[in-house]
Design a protein around this ligand. Structure first.
Ligand SMILES: Nc1ncnc2c1ncn2[C@@H]1O[C@H](COP(=O)(O)OP(=O)(O)OP(=O)(O)O)[C@@H](O)[C@H]1O
Length: 591
């Protein structure tokens, strides 16, 4: 994707019009000086006429020429304005369009890739890069108008005196070539600054999200402030300062090129070439006249350079976010299922440079509708990773998932995922209900608000929560309410009850999970709440990325029946596998 292509793709006609009007404006702009000179010299030919007229009480000398002059001024004003306004509006559309493309790409990205890239980089791209691209691209009409003006003026000089024209051309070529050296150096600094913006963004997130922890300890706060936040801030500042200093010096050099050339023509060139005083005046006027367009070209170069750097960043982010290749499908496109079977499933997280990523599998398990499956195991045993495989966010490297008799594949992936509802441990609470509105919704909302004791805390108006400024437990209950209003086949709760008080743990395990089971849903509960393991129809115990033990209800009930076993077996199954094995071995020996 190239800078100008963005604009052409968005509005080719408006861009064409803008370029034509910009070019016309540049041409007319460059006619003004020859006209003034013609007026001064009284050699305006037929147009000047040499007569004077009275206009609004003022005497106007060579009124025809004056008329042409002011008409051109008005034309330049109109065409330049239309060209600039039109391109500016396209630029604004392009900003929104570019952001929209990024939003869509993020929405379509696999979760594993979003986790790998991290939110800081994505936010920096959306906020910093898109703005810079459009700012740079917006300078393009001015560049065009200036370039045409410069070309027009050079043409005028060629008409006045060809050897002056050749000299000026050479001087400009020399200026442009030498100008590239500082631009190259500045470019390096700007690239360095852009690389540090991602880290800075991450540091800012830490400052906001970690404000509570930082406030508790002044030393810690100071260390974070200096070593992380300001370190990145100063790195960006230094690189930007250096880049802008070089660019400024280059811009001043560019500004003065015209004057150097004027000086050389006025004091040196005339000694070696035949040039009349009126030609010399014309050339000097033309040179002074193009000082501004040359400065403008030179001053907009940094914005264009920045825009190109940002565009490269956006391109590289876009390339690093692959879109999921599953065709969009509706949940109705796949047959109903009763059992989800997982066979030989493997997945590996992306590792660091020195270490291979955590591996899960091979996993074999069955999840049935109308049953509650608990997934238990120690921290880091792979429960959440398995939950993202089961809810079809991670794509397994090996193995298969079957919904009933239907094997999960690229064609039905999106449709089956539509049938799943989950509250992850790192869930996000939206500020409104996003599920499809159902006729009985009002009734159910009332019922759940009462059950989850939320009715005094917030109201739901037009499907929007009146507040989400709630306690952690209340926020999670609100997320649960939103999930319960949906009608999916499979519900997964990753440590949902971890921050609920005992009464809500009871409500969750004994009422909600039961109710979902009674509605024929497949319910997966990832939990450390061993007190409620008796609610499970099946308990899957994970260890080091593998299913170590699958315990079905009869066996679980048997083990739990004995007080000794209940105390010894189930808690130990989380941390002391040897004892758990022994206890289940005893349970298994029961007739
Ligand atoms: N996005 C990720 N990228 C790389 N590695 C990851 C990622 N998420 C988890 N891991 C690794 O996978 C391992 C298992 O993590 P997982 O979150 O699945 O465990 P868990 O059983 O849910 O733990 P807990 O009970 O603490 O929530 C961890 O050791 C972690 O290092």
């Amino acid at each position: 994707m190239k800078l100008f292509d963005l604009f052409i793709q968005r509005a080719p006609n408006r861009i064409f019009l803008s370029i034509v009007l910009g070019a016309l404006s540049g041409i007319c702009y460059s006619l003004l000086i020859p006209l003034v000179q013609a007026g001064i010299n009284g050699s305006g030919g037929a147009a000047s006429g040499g007569d004077s007229a009275v206009f609004l009480g003022f005497e106007v000398y060579q009124y025809k020429l004056a008329l042409v002059f002011f008409a051109i001024c008005a034309f330049v004003l109109v065409t330049r304005s239309i060209s600039q306004v039109s391109l500016m509006r396209v630029a604004m559309d392009v900003t929104t369009e570019l952001r929209k493309t990024l939003y869509q790409q993020i929405a379509r990205a696999p979760i594993a890739d979003l986790e790998r890239i991290g939110s800081s980089k994505l936010i920096a791209t959306i906020t910093t890069d898109v703005g810079r691209i459009v700012f740079g691209a917006r300078a393009l009409p001015d560049l065009l108008i200036s370039a045409v003006t410069i070309v027009g003026m050079l043409g005028f000089m060629a008409y006045l005196n060809f050897s002056v024209f050749v000299f000026v051309l050479q001087a400009i070529a020399f200026g442009v070539v030498t100008y590239q050296i500082p631009v190259f150096i500045a470019n390096r600094y700007f690239q360095r600054s852009r690389q540090r913006i991602d880290s800075l963004q991450e540091a800012i997130q830490g400052l906001i999200a970690g404000a509570k922890e930082l406030k508790l300890d002044a030393d810690k706060r100071e260390r974070y402030f200096q070593d992380v936040l300001m370190e990145n801030e100063y790195a960006v500042l230094e690189a930007d300062k250096a880049g802008n200093t070089v660019i400024r010096l280059a811009a001043n050099y560019g500004d003065m090129i015209s004057f150097f050339v004027i000086g050389v023509i006025a004091y040196v060139f005339i000694n070696y070439h035949a040039i009349t005083p009126s030609e010399l005046t014309g050339v000097v006027m033309a040179m002074l006249y193009i000082t501004t367009p040359i400065a403008l070209v030179i001053n907009t170069v940094p914005s264009v350079v920045m825009a190109k750097i940002s565009l490269n960043k956006v391109n590289s982010i876009m390339r690093s976010i692959p879109a999921e290749s599953y065709p969009a499908a509706k949940s109705a496109d796949v047959p109903a299922w009763n059992e989800l079977r997982v066979r030989g499933l493997r997945y590996q997280h992306r590792g660091s440079k020195d270490e291979a990523g955590f591996q899960i599998g091979p996993i074999d398990l069955d999840i049935r509708r109308g049953e509650v499956t608990f997934i238990v195991g120690g921290n880091g045993s792979g429960k959440s990773t398995l939950s993202k495989l089961l809810t079809l966010h991670y794509s397994a490297s090996e193995g298969e998932i079957l919904f009933g008799e239907q094997r999960l594949d690229a064609d039905n992936f999106a449709a089956y995922r539509q049938r799943i509802c989950a509250i992850y441990s790192d869930y996000y609470l939206f500020d409104r209900l996003l599920c499809e509105r159902k006729p009985e919704e009002e009734e159910r909302i009332k019922e759940y608000m009462a059950l989850l004791k939320l009715e005094d805390k917030l109201a739901i108006e037009q499907r929007r929560f009146s507040t989400t400024a709630l306690s952690d437990g209340q926020r999670k209950r609100l997320a649960l309410l939103a999930a319960l209003l949906e009608d999916k086949d499979l519900y997964l709760f990753d440590e949902w009850a971890a921050d609920q008080d005992p009464s809500f743990k009871e409500v969750f395990y004994r009422r909600i999970v039961h109710e979902l089971k009674a509605r024929g849903k497949a319910v997966i509960v990832i939990s450390h709440d061993d007190r409620f393991f008796d609610e499970a129809d099946r308990l899957i115990y994970m260890e080091q990325g593998r299913v170590r033990e699958t315990i079905d209800r009869p066996r679980l009930a048997l083990a739990a029946e004995s007080v000794a076993l209940a105390a010894a077996v189930i808690p130990q199954s989380l941390g002391r596998p040897a004892a758990a094995q022994e206890a289940f071995a005893i349970a298994d020996q029961e007739p």
